[in-house]
Design a protein around this ligand. Structure first.
Ligand code: ATP
Ligand code: MG
Length: 393
């Protein structure tokens, strides 16, 4: 039996004249996600994309990978049948046998896009429903809440039969909104922030600030692994590893201790913005959440974000930790994020950080730093790595 995967568009379907470019982006992201699994072709029709292939492939693995590609509202495997009612009947019973055997209730849903097909949708539902009740006598029809929704779509060239649909990742395709620079630490929040902005169509670059020997190679390795964990959703991530030791030490030596974290954040933001300008990013992205720690009070956020020219996207700003963790678990970054690591901010964290800093006071506190030289030296030492799902560190 010939099988295909159907991808149902959500938000893309509402894109009017631009729809086709969104779909093309989504398809090229699907191709990349499927990578080595086989040779696939994609056909668009109304708000559905048909994925087909030659030879044997691991279909479930393909479905799983596609379920992480943004721009797809729902997806399912389907079998392709000639447009002949008796073929449809037999195929439905055979293709969905396991699902129907295991269920107690079902319903038939028919969609007849090809109006030349001799039976209309209600007729298909009645006939096929009766046929399946005879074949699977333990089943009952439940029109409200069926366990299996047997769907028959009669389209231009064939009929498609499928059962359970899986929820897709939603959102819009990565790359349809330009590129953003994610400040990626080794924690829980920033990977989630990155995935959330990828869901809104942003391709990701990332900046990680590391401070050897205060932070270990292991901590850096963890950040690289985290970025690889994000790639099934975000696609390739261009990771900038920025040496931050000189800046952290200079801050410790020349600035009042209670301002250390906020000044470090300001430097991170400034460097990230310069990298963003150089690499075509139109926004910065952070995992900040109001009130989470002293450096994320309203007053602190105003100081860290002051003087930046690019917009700062903080998608988890209004979420509590539990909500962020739920997403981290779903996108599978959580287990890695909670592994112990030494972050430069924790090493240099003051005992009594300023909770309500005032911008003028922060600027005075950092006056003694040779800003230009420190930033230039960090930029000179920055290394770029391209992280993909198959990258080996
Ligand atoms: P996360 O917020 O990712 O869980 P965290 O809680 O340790 O990590 P915070 O102290 O909450 O980090 O920092 C707030 C934000 O600042 C982070 O979400 C991240 O965007 C950015 N950030 C902090 N440390 C670094 C770093 N070493 N490199 C890059 N970005 C960082
Ligand atoms: Mg945080």
């Amino acid at each position: 039996m010939k099988e295909v995967i159907l991808l149902k568009s959500g938000e893309i379907a509402l894109k009017g004249l631009n729809r086709s470019s969104f779909e093309d982006k989504m398809i090229s992201n699907c191709r990349r996600a499927l990578g080595d699994l086989g040779k696939f072709s994609f056909t668009k029709a109304q708000s559905t994309t048909y994925v087909s292939w030659q030879g044997d492939i691991e279909v479930d693995k393909a479905v799983e990978r596609l379920s992480r590609v943004f721009g797809i509202a729902a997806l399912c495997k389907a079998c392709v049948v000639p447009k002949d009612y008796s073929a449809i009947e037999e195929a439905a019973a055979a293709y969905l046998a396991d699902e129907l055997q295991a269920a107690r209730t079902f319903k038939v849903l028919a969609k007849r896009a090809d109006k030349k097909f001799p039976m209309n949708s209600p007729q298909i539902c009645i006939e096929l429903g009766g046929f399946l009740l005879e074949r699977f006598p333990h089943l009952k029809v439940d029109v409200e809440n069926p366990e299996v929704l047997v769907t028959v779509e009669v389209r231009d060239f064939a009929a498609y039969i499928h059962g359970r649909q899986l929820p897709g990742a939603g959102g819009i395709p990565v790359g349809s909104s330009g590129r953003g620079m994610l400040l990626l630490s080794g924690g829980i929040d920033s990977p989630v922030a990155g995935v959330m902005m990828a869901k809104r169509g942003l391709e990701l670059s990332a900046a990680h600030f590391f401070s050897p020997p205060y932070t270990s190679e292991r901590a850096l390795h963890k950040v690289k692994q985290l970025s690889r964990k994000m790639t099934p959703y975000c696609g390739e991530i261009r990771l900038h590893v920025v040496p931050f030791t000189e800046i952290s030490e200079a801050i410790r030596e020349s600035c009042p201790q209670e301002y250390a974290t906020i000044i470090m954040r300001r430097y991170m933001m400034q460097i990230a913005e310069l990298l963003a300008h150089r690499t075509g990013c139109a926004a910065l992205i952070t995992g900040e959440s109001v009130g989470q720690v002293a450096s994320q009070t309203m007053a602190s956020l105003q100081c860290t974000g002051a003087r930046l020219t690019l917009p700062v996207m903080r998608p988890v700003i209004g979420m509590d930790k539990e909500e962020i963790i739920r997403i981290a678990r779903r996108v599978d970054t959580f287990e890695l994020s909670v592994q112990p690591y030494d972050d430069c901010c924790t090493v240099f964290t003051p005992k009594r950080p300023k909770i309500n800093p005032e911008l003028g006071a922060v600027e005075r506190a950092e006056e003694k730093l040779d800003r230009e030289t420190l930033i230039q030296s960090a930029l000179d030492g920055t290394q770029l790595e391209s992280v993909r799902s198959d990258t080996v560190f």
